[in-house]
Write a protein that binds this ligand. Structure first.
Ligand SMILES: CC(C)(COP(=O)(O)OP(=O)(O)OC[C@H]1O[C@@H](n2cnc3c(N)ncnc32)[C@H](O)[C@@H]1OP(=O)(O)O)[C@@H](O)C(=O)NCCC(=O)NCCS
Length: 180
């Protein structure tokens, strides 16, 4: 079977925690979202409103020691070659009540790199991490109107299990289960 150049790029994605010297590439990543009218940057854990050094320290602490409420979690920068493609948040120790409300995994892809299969590959990688950590299932949440995210989840085996309306926001949240 022949693979396209894009298939190879997706397969060659690299994942790692942020470092202090990633400041410039993350700043550019944030700006690209802002230029696209997006102020909330998925899976960024408050990056754009935080002091960068404190943010990196927080992410590392979450990975190594965990947070009292959220448990241990990973926030990976996802690269193809030297380009930051997206952010991936894996909250593999979430208590069930938080998992059902917020989902165990979050992700975002920079606007210029969307619709190329990256989020599908990132979620697939997150599932392999959760499997390694001993999880047998994960829950993912997304707004009903977020067709791209819903497709990403379904392509990774997600089954719709619940939905509820947030009357304040007037939006419907949907929840998917993926058995690992
Ligand atoms: C959701 C998001 C992560 C998808 O990233 P992506 O890299 O473009 O996703 P993929 O290329 O892997 O595409 C996955 C599927 O979504 C579909 N898709 C992509 N963009 C779409 C769109 N605008 N409308 C409908 N479907 C879309 C793709 O066609 C693909 O399905 P298919 O293979 O069956 O055709 C990206 O749009 C994003 O970062 N959005 C903002 C942040 C966000 O919503 N994060 C998720 C929060 S729950």
């Amino acid at each position: 079977m022949r693979h396209t150049y894009r298939d190879l790029q997706v397969r060659q994605m690299k994942y790692r925690l942020p470092e202090i010297n990633d400041k410039d590439i993350l700043q550019t990543y944030v700006l690209e979202h802002h230029d696209n009218g997006e102020t909330n940057i998925s899976a960024s854990l408050g990056l754009s409103s935080s002091d960068y050094t404190e943010w990196v320290t927080k992410i590392k602490n979450n990975g190594f020691f965990g947070d009292e409420q959220w448990g241990k979690s990973l926030l990976y920068l996802c690269f193809v070659e030297d380009k930051l493609i997206g952010l991936l948040s894996i909250r593999y120790e979430l208590p069930e009540v938080l998992s059902e409300k917020y989902g165990d995994i979050g992700y975002g892809v920079r606007p210029s790199e969307r619709n190329r299969g990256y989020a599908t590959a990132m979620l697939n990688y997150a599932l392999s991490v959760c499997r390694e950590k001993g999880l047998e299932k994960v829950i993912l949440g997304c707004y009903k109107e977020n067709l791209a995210s819903a497709a990403t989840i379904r392509k990774n085996g997600g089954i719709l299990i619940d939905e509820n309306e947030n009357y304040k926001e007037g939006r419907i949240s949907q929840y998917y289960l993926i058995n690992l």
